[in-house]
Design a protein around this ligand. Structure first.
Ligand code: GAL
Length: 716
């Protein structure tokens, strides 16, 4: 008896874990299932992000059942680690795995998901290495682990695969490849168990929506966050900033946020979090005076505390074993460290009206952040801390603003899975315009926002091209403080720069509504064409390769064969195709359906590849047939709560159309108590075939910030 018992225990302990186990699934939100393998760690991305699903948003998605592949997903404990295997089909494409900069199609890639400053290669080391991917077949997978994960996104083939690649002879067969077809995504988690989440579609866009809603819904920035942001030279004084604000006004440039770089602090790298009294003798008065001019102050900081900071002593026992630039690293897994940090920030900044932060250097560069041998008093490992530090700083500061009933919108250099609802935009120092656009595309797959910020530029052409792109992004920002470049620094393009800065402001009703859709429905405001109906690389045949016969029946396939990484969707109706310095023309892939030029309303094509030569003064932007773009007058500052605007509604194309325009006070959380309105805009044809527009009234007692409405039917 005893022997049998011992044998059973041995089997359970040693052999059983080696067996592959099917994952059992539990539905945790509509169309979202959780599976558990082994014993998951309690410290995870979702536990740090601390968000709860936005359940009402799911009601606007189709009902779905557990995707068929759920039965084939297996987990296995081996070598003290957990491996996951998720099957792949031929012709299936994968998107996501975090903020990649050079690739959109992820099938076949091997990644080590690791929070880091992007180093020029899509190898998994990036600012937001979110362990979430979306399949072109309409399902998604999220691995809730705060560990460095190794992902084989369709690389490797098992000898017992029912769907194995066919051996080919390299000597004679030209189709031999060093990367034969693989039938699964494999993920290695260095822990003795993990939670895995499966998201249903039916479409890839629905998968992304479910993911964002599960993470609490996308962020809804304050309206001013969508205005113009300028970051000033690092040693500017209050007077210098004032002069810069005056100059913006004199030049007729919009301005909503001034970002102060390190010199506002008495010491930086490591930081005191305290104002430098020689440069800013009266910070509260300064912030107030700026607010009176409708300019908000955003503060740069990193979280590493200087021995000269007022919180250093108290934080010391609550910090990690290693320093960063001789500053201590708060152990944010400890509530006391969070409370100390947030009390300091509240007293010094938020309490005097600072609008938000730019939280730097939490992503890495291995050479300066804490090494993986560091320890933290909470017992959380250095690795887990690295993977979650960006989530922590966002959570702490977001909570701080929430307590004051005030929305914030800032910048952060690192994030991870679960962060969709945080009011932060990721940026970095990498500065490739092209790759910045690919990052913008990929941000939409992983619940983060990204800004292709404008820094210095060698030529006026580059300056203008970068500027034109940033206007069509989550944060329209110039971060050229170190070169001192101002929007008007290149006189030959200043008028055009101004025109685009003002266009950003004119489009505010559209941008704000698109962010509301992100918040309430999980639809990313900036995203890949791969999430668009009418653009479907599934049409490609086995292994993503097209055969000539496919092209004969559908020439459009030519353009979807390759990954599209230099054009993207901006909101419901716009397709943006940036121009890069040195280019005079480019090709644009239009999804199926009629498309129109944003500036002229002219028809440009349908489901085809077109070539455009826009001239220096235009970034190509196209509008879907029936597209409705609500705009307003070119204000220099975002409208304040209750301020009325004059709405100009543009309609494009021949089709009738509709749009729901969102409105609220733009600053507080009253929308969570129902203080918001959706107004129905409709364009229909009357009996004579003429287009006519209408907009519904705001419900009684709901925000109504529209003074007048005018219509522009752009396509003749
Ligand atoms: C960098 C950051 C820049 C700028 C600078 C200030 O790390 O990415 O945007 O803020 O620090 O020292």
């Amino acid at each position: 008896m005893k022997r049998i018992f011992v044998a059973v225990v041995l089997w359970a302990l040693l052999i059983c874990p080696l067996l592959q186990a099917q994952v059992s699934w539990k539905e945790v939100a509509p169309g979202v299932w959780k599976g558990v393998v082994g014993t998951p760690e309690s410290y995870s991305l979702l536990s740090v992000a601390g968000v709860s699903p936005r359940m009402d948003g799911f009601t606007r998605l189709p009902e779905v059942s557990l995707p068929g592949l759920a039965d084939e997903i297996v987990g296995q404990l081996q070598d003290g680690k957990t491996s996951l295997r998720i099957p792949l089909e031929r012709g299936e494409q994968l998107y996501g795995f975090g903020l990649n900069f050079q690739t959109v199609h992820q099938r076949g890639r091997i990644l080590n998901l690791h929070v880091d400053h992007y180093g020029g290669k899509d190898d998994g080391r990036t600012h937001a290495p979110v362990p979430f991917y979306i399949s072109s077949l309409g399902y998604g997978v999220f691995v809730n682990s705060a560990r460095y994960l190794t992902v084989y996104a369709g690389s490797g083939a098992r000898k017992d695969s029912p769907n194995a690649p066919v051996p080919k002879d390299r000597n004679t067969d030209k189709t031999w490849t060093s990367a034969p077809y693989s039938d699964a995504v494999s993920i290695l988690v260095p822990a003795q168990g993990v939670e895995i989440y499966l998201f249903a579609g039916p479409t890839p866009m629905d998968v992304v929506r479910r993911y964002n809603l599960f993470c609490g819904g996308g962020t809804l920035p304050p309206r001013w966050g969508l205005g113009f942001v300028q970051r000033t030279q690092k040693l500017y004084t209050d007077k210098d900033v004032e002069r810069e604000v005056n100059e913006f006004e004199a030049q007729g440039f919009p301005l909503d946020v001034i970002g102060l770089e390190p010199g506002w602090q008495s010491k930086a790298y490591p930081c005191t979090f305290e104002w430098d009294k020689t440069r800013f003798p009266a910070p509260a008065d300064f912030v107030k005076a700026m607010a009176e001019r409708n300019v908000r102050i955003n503060l740069w900081t990193n979280p590493y505390a200087s021995p000269e900071s007022g919180i250093y002593k108290e934080m010391y026992p609550l910090s990690g074993s290693h320093t960063v630039w001789c500053g201590i690293v708060p152990d944010f897994a400890d509530a006391r460290a969070r409370a100390l940090f947030s009390a300091k920030f509240d007293k010094e900044h938020v309490g005097i009206g600072v609008s938000g932060y730019k939280i730097d250097e939490i992503d890495g560069y291995d050479r300066y952040v804490w090494p993986d041998v560091a320890t933290f008093p909470s017992g959380v490992s250095a690795e887990q801390m690295r993977q979650t530090y960006g989530l922590w700083v966002q959570r702490i500061t977001t909570d701080l603003y929430r307590k004051r009933g005030q929305r914030t919108f800032g910048l952060v250099r690192g994030s991870n899975g679960g962060g969709s609802s945080y009011p932060y935009v990721i940026y970095n120092d990498y500065y490739s315009h092209k790759d910045f656009i690919t990052a913008l595309i990929n941000s939409g797959f992983c619940g983060v926002l990204w800004t292709p910020e404008v820094r210095g530029s060698k030529t006026s052409e580059e300056w203008l091209r970068r500027f034109q792109s940033v206007v069509f992004s989550p944060m329209a920002m110039i971060n050229a403080w170190s070169s001192g470049t101002k929007p008007w620094s290149f006189p030959d393009v200043t008028d055009n720069i101004r025109e685009y800065a003002l266009l950003r402001m004119r489009m505010m009703p559209y941008w704000y509504t698109e962010f509301a859709r992100y918040h309430f429905d999980g639809i990313p405001p900036f995203r890949a064409l791969n999430l668009e109906a009418g653009f479907n690389p599934e049409q490609a045949t086995a292994d993503g390769e097209l055969k000539d016969k496919d092209l004969e029946t559908n020439p459009y396939l030519e353009s979807v064969r390759k990954e599209i990484k230099d054009q993207y969707m901006a909101g419901e109706y716009l397709l943006v195709a940036p121009m890069f310095a040195g280019q005079t023309e480019r090709t644009v892939v239009l999804p199926r359906g009629d498309w129109y030029d944003f500036y002229t309303g002219e028809y440009v094509g349908n489901g085809e590849k077109i070539t455009v030569k826009p001239g220096l003064e235009r970034i190509p932007v196209f509008v879907k047939d029936g597209g409705i773009i609500p705009m307003m007058e070119p204000l220099l500052h975002a409208p304040k709560a209750g301020e009325k605007i004059n709405l100009e509604i543009r309609h494009y194309g021949k089709a009738e159309g509709s749009y729901r325009l969102y409105d609220d006070d733009g600053e507080t959380f009253d929308y969570e108590k129902g203080a918001y309105s959706w107004r129905e805009i409709k364009v229909t044809r009357d009996k004579k075939g003429r287009l006519k527009g209408s907009i519904s009234k705001a419900e009684k007692g709901k925000p109504d910030n529209i003074a007048t409405v005018s219509w522009k039917f752009m396509s003749k």
